[in-house]
Design a binder for this molecule. Structure first.
Ligand code: MN
Length: 704
């Protein structure tokens, strides 16, 4: 097929003359920049940006957007710069082109990353200027229309991406006509055989029923006319992909899918919609449970209509949509109808507001989580709106995704309400917060001023807003807890120098903060609490002056074993004996006396085979000395568990010397802690304190 090779001004007739002239300039500029380039189909490259601009002209987009569409690939594929575009076509056009180029230019580590990251960038670009996304969608539509020319492997990837990312975005923006075409094309490329089979089945079913459908359409027109209702009645073709989804989701055979035939009735105002509905229900029996009032309660993307299903002649069911002309425009073009139908200001401004709010909430979620996967998880729920509608005590309607709970509702009302909710009433009855809400529920949230979000909520909330807010709160809280713990640990460590935390002057603080990674005192304290900095080390640095060595108030006693004066003594690091343990020692060349716990497994064999090497030794009393010993702690793999463990240890008057954690994401994780204790009794106290923690499942001293 030969591509259009010039700018057809008649397609842009809604623009001002001056705009059309500038468009022609942009066309020539783009054509020159892309000259010599060919598409995979063999067409000159310029045919693609031109087609994209024409799609956008169908939505009556403004001159800037159309120029950007013509230029959308020049920065990427040619040597043209943003500055050049800005100079020639103005800054707004350059910004749009730049936004589009950035969307394409991201480097990815994996296919999954690529998607999450791509998605995030796209939504953020959209939040800044929705025209960027409209151009991107038109770009994708043209690429999908010409996908046959692309090699099969790439075809699949593009089709999948269209299905998973572009179609949902089009849906969220209410661009239904575009969404349907994207879905049909993507489905046809992803499942060619299924598509062809269903296409054939639908065609023949329609052929068979043409007479019946015609009869119903005529009867409806006549009846509406009789009643004095002016209406445009038209047949509606159900999309192949919609039929397929219905078959898969409801486990239906093709013949069981009802709405292959549909009628659409467009009338002048809302009151007439309900009149028409009454008239149709009098003409044919309605299918029970099929009536939906999306006029009273619009879908999240602004869609409004009355839906009903009628039982026509010979029992053939038929879906009917009734809507006003304005609703019809919105249903077809969604957010793009802002440009298409500039007169319908009232309802359109509502849609704009709605879209704007949604985009704003995306930015909020983005600010709270930098991780693209987390972002994707948050947003996915919002993009696939299978919704329930519930009421606030004041009678305001809120829409939530299906499966949403009272907690989601609370966050939907206000972040503060969510953060402080403690209980909920649904239709006047007290229910657990995890209760799933149903259509029409009246929900009341009970808050308490000191209540806090619970990590367990993350297991059942459904909305991105609730999830992002809970995570955000927990992260902040964890940080606060860590800083408080760090302060306690540091205080304890400073006691060894006879110094209180308040005695440290700002100069010393600043020096130590500079030397360590932290930027602020709080950050340094949090690092200590999280185990990233050792309290003993930080304490030493804090009391140290630039000119003096630190003076220890209590110097560690050197004699730990009775009768070893003048002898080098080491406590073995395999079993880390502490006072109270039975101990044995062995003289090692160059190491002195190495002392093990009597039940150390590492020396079992040597004690059996060379008993003469081992001597029984005894602890010498040295009350101020602390001894290192190791314990294994198996804990539930929960957020903040380390902070809790560390805080119990500090409370028991012990220090943590080091922590080794299994890099395991299972339900339980094991930590190897080296702690400082005075002896067995002290260790027993520490272990008792740890056992009290519900997260601690198993606890043992390390003996080898
Ligand atoms: Mn393109």
């Amino acid at each position: 097929m030969a591509a259009v090779q010039s700018l057809d001004a008649s397609r842009f007739g809604y623009l001002k003359k001056a705009d059309i002239a500038r468009l022609a300039d942009a066309y020539r500029f783009s054509k020159a920049a892309h000259s010599g380039q060919k598409r995979q189909s063999g067409d000159p490259y310029i045919s693609h940006p031109l087609a994209v601009a024409e799609i956008l002209a169908g939505w009556h987009l403004d001159g800037q957007a159309l120029m950007a569409a013509l230029l959308h690939d020049v920065m990427e594929d040619t040597s043209v710069t943003k500055a050049e575009i800005s100079e020639t076509f103005g800054k707004p056009v350059a910004e749009l082109v730049d936004g589009l180029s950035k969307l394409d230019k991201i480097e990815f580590q994996s296919a999954e990353d690529a998607q999450a990251e791509n998605f995030r960038k796209m939504l953020l670009a959209m939040a800044r200027d929705v025209r960027v996304i409209l151009i991107k969608l038109a770009d994708r539509l043209h690429n999908m229309r010409t996908l046959d020319a692309v090699p099969p492997a790439k075809r699949r990837r593009v089709a999948l991406e269209t299905m998973e990312i572009y179609a949902p975005i089009a849906n969220r923006l209410g661009l239904n006509t575009l969404r349907h075409e994207l879905q049909e094309l993507a489905f046809a490329h992803l499942y060619p055989l299924r598509y062809r089979t269903l296409l054939k089945a639908t065609k023949s079913a329609r052929g068979n029923r043409r007479e019946v459908v015609g009869k119903v359409e005529a009867a409806v027109k006549a009846k509406l006319g009789e009643t004095g209702i002016a209406a445009v009645v038209s047949g509606r073709e159900k999309h192949i992909y919609s039929i397929y989804r219905k078959m898969v989701e409801k486990h239906l055979s093709f013949s069981e899918v009802h709405d292959i035939y549909g009628l659409r009735v467009v009338v002048k105002d809302v009151a007439t919609c309900y009149l028409a509905l009454g008239t149709l229900h009098a003409l044919y029996k309605p299918v029970p449970g099929k009536f939906k009032d999306y006029i009273a309660i619009p879908k999240a993307n602004g869609y409004q209509s009355l839906h009903t299903a009628l039982i026509g002649p010979y029992g053939v069911p038929m879906e009917v949509q009734i809507r006003t002309e304005l609703m019809h425009h919105l249903a077809e073009a969604g957010v793009a109808s802002h440009w298409m139908y500039k007169d319908d200001t009232v309802s359109l401004s509502d849609l704009q507001k709605n879209t704007h709010q949604w985009l704003q909430s995306l930015l909020e979620i983005q600010n709270q989580s930098g991780d693209p996967h987390e972002f994707l998880e948050h947003v996915k729920v919002d993009l696939f709106p299978d919704e329930v509608y519930v009421f606030t005590p004041a009678g305001k309607i809120l829409s939530l995704p299906r499966g949403a709970t009272a907690v989601d509702f609370a966050y939907q009302v206000h972040t503060d309400i969510g953060n402080r909710c403690v209980a909920a009433k649904v239709n006047g009855e007290l229910v657990p917060l995890r209760t799933e809400l149903r259509n029409g529920d009246r929900v009341e949230i009970i808050t308490a001023s000191h209540a806090k979000p619970n990590p367990a909520w993350l297991q059942y909330v459904r909305t991105g807003k609730a999830r992002a807010n809970i995570r955000h709160f927990l992260k902040t809280m964890q940080y606060d807890e860590s800083a408080a713990l760090g302060e306690r640990l540091l205080e304890h460590a400073l006691r060894g120098y006879g110094v209180a935390l308040g005695d440290i002057d700002d100069v010393n603080w600043e020096r130590v903060i500079r030397e360590t990674v932290g930027r602020t005192k709080r950050e340094l304290l949090a690092d200590i609490g999280l185990g990233k900095q050792l309290p003993a080390v930080v304490a030493r640095r804090l009391v140290m002056r630039a000119d003096a060595e630190p003076k220890l108030v209590t110097k560690a006693a050197s004699i730990v074993i009775r009768g070893t004066e003048g002898m080098a003594v080491q406590l073995a690091t395999c079993c880390r004996p502490i006072p109270g343990d039975g101990i044995v020692g062995s003289m090692k060349k160059g190491q002195g006396l190495v002392v093990h716990s009597a039940d150390c497994t590492a020396i079992e064999r040597s004690r059996r085979n060379e008993p003469e090497q081992w001597i029984d030794v005894e602890w010498a009393p040295s009350p101020s000395r602390l001894y290192q010993t190791a314990i294994n702690v198996m804990v539930a793999n929960q957020r903040g568990v380390l902070a809790k463990v560390a805080s119990e240890i500090a409370e028991s008057g012990s220090n943590i010397d080091s922590i080794t954690m299994e890099e395991d994401r299972a339900v339980y994780t094991t930590m190897l802690l080296v702690v400082e204790v005075q002896g067995r009794q002290h260790l027993a106290r520490v272990m008792r304190a740890l056992r009290r923690l519900p997260d601690v499942k198993k606890l043992s001293r390390v003996r080898e």
